[in-house]
Ligand binder design. Structure first.
Ligand SMILES: Cc1cc2nc3c(=O)[nH]c(=O)nc-3n(C[C@H](O)[C@H](O)[C@H](O)COP(=O)(O)O)c2cc1C
Length: 397
């Protein structure tokens, strides 16, 4: 079983890339990531040297469930390294790792020369593709770039055109989920000459307030600002965006948002993504997670009888339809595994106060009144033992 694929004609040894973020902020880190087994990287976003940026400290805040980071807020800006640093380093990496994919993420100023010069520089330096950061939701929009571009279809089309007319390598537009219609922005990118799309960048957020000082997190000398949310909590938003792009555009898709393991990646690819990018999980767990991502994907593909990623891609997107067309005639109700049920009563409370008053305890076990049950599934999610469940439903298209 091999996991080879290609993206805009560039071969990939596996479908796992590092996203533009702290893990790709230096040449030394990218070199170690390649050694660990990542198939490619998107560099931390590179800007022209004359654009000055300064990061706030601290700039991260996390929501945790036990030890696990489930949501991550940041208001970090783009790369602090200059063009000379990147130029030397990218050349070295291309020489040392000819089979890996190096995408250079760029962000110009709000004029044509700035974007065109940066794109031409990146192509000469050895970038195999460009990713245009039209989607950073914090800091940069105040300067008229980042998500300020990706939230406006005319500007998206215009800047994509400036870049695509300047270079011959593939141009990937990285989209923001912070828009009413991501498909409209994607179409504008395509009209501007984009060869592929990447999504999602972070979700604009405010992850909490310190109730002692009454200051939103992360606190910077008594103040804060809005940030971008990433990690497992944003996966449902990423999956939604990728499914919409897969259904309504015909461009190749580089997917990200909450990929922590092989199964998250497979969900994205089943919805039409060509491959995935990872940021937050690598920030908290390190480059070595790639080993299990590769072995888990291979085992899963074998178990499911898929020979290649191309066979598998998009299998789940075909199961998406309109609410109108869903079959509502079913009289399915949950089944109960009475051995697993401990009689804790959580399902009774949830069904009583959030559902249809259909569950009661009978001899210390959950029991469903079929005539009252509306089949909503709430009880299956509150049961700590997974003793209530719907039978697996498989229907071929
Ligand atoms: C600390 C941090 C810095 C980031 N910097 C960039 C950046 O420079 N350019 C960019 O396009 N995206 C940037 N991102 C967004 C990620 O590339 C990615 O789109 C997002 O985090 C969702 O993926 P994840 O859930 O795997 O983290 C950054 C994300 C984080 C958490």
């Amino acid at each position: 079983m091999d996991l080879k694929s290609s993206f805009c004609g560039i071969p990939l040894e596996n479908p796992f890339l590092l996203a533009s973020a702290p893990p790709t902020a230096s040449i030394e880190m990218i070199d170690r990531a390649f050694k660990a087994g990542w198939a490619g990287v998107v560099t931390k976003t590179i800007k022209p040297d004359y654009m000055e940026i300064e990061d706030a400290k601290p700039r991260f805040h996390a929501l945790k469930e036990g030890e696990r980071v489930i949501g991550f807020e940041n208001f970090e800006l783009v790369s602090k390294q200059n063009l000379d640093y990147w130029e030397k380093g990218i050349r070295q990496l291309r020489e040392k790792w000819p089979d890996k994919m190096i995408v250079v993420s760029i962000m110009g100023d709000s004029n044509e020369k700035s974007w065109a010069d940066l794109a031409i520089w990146a192509e000469k330096t050895g970038a195999q593709a460009l990713e245009l950061n039209f989607s950073c939701p914090h800091g940069m929009p105040e300067k008229g770039v980042g998500a300020a571009i990706g939230q406006n279809k005319n500007i998206t089309k215009l800047i994509t055109r400036w870049v695509s007319d300047s270079v011959s390598i593939p141009v990937i537009v990285k989209l923001t989920p912070n828009v009413t219609s991501v498909v409209e922005i994607a179409e504008a990118a395509k009209e501007g000459g984009a060869d592929a799309l990447a999504a999602i960048n972070t979700v604009e957020s405010l992850s909490g307030v310190d109730l002692k000082t009454l200051t939103p997190y992360p606190v910077v000398q008594g103040f804060s600002t809005l940030g971008g949310y990433s990690g497992p909590a944003v996966k449902p938003i990423g999956l939604r965006v990728i499914s919409q792009l897969a259904r309504e555009t015909d461009l190749p898709l580089s997917a990200m948002g909450g990929v922590s393991n092989w199964s998250d990646a497979m969900e994205y690819i089943s919805l039409g993504a060509n491959h995935v990018q990872v940021c937050t999980e690598v920030m908290v767990s390190g480059f070595s997670i790639i080993k299990k991502m590769i072995s888990g994907t291979k085992e899963y593909m074998k178990e499911m009888g898929f020979n290649s990623l191309d066979d598998f891609r998009g299998a789940a997107v075909r199961k998406l339809t309109t609410h109108e067309s869903l079959n509502k005639k079913s009289d399915l109700v949950p089944e109960i595994d009475t051995e697993a049920c401990t009689g804790c009563g959580k399902c009774v409370v949830a069904c009583r106060d959030g559902g249809y008053q259909a569950i009661h305890l009978l001899e210390k076990k959950a029991s469903i009144e079929i005539d009252s049950c509306d089949g909503c599934a709430l009880c299956t999610f509150v049961c700590p033992e997974s003793a209530l469940f719907f039978p697996v439903q498989v229907h071929s298209a």
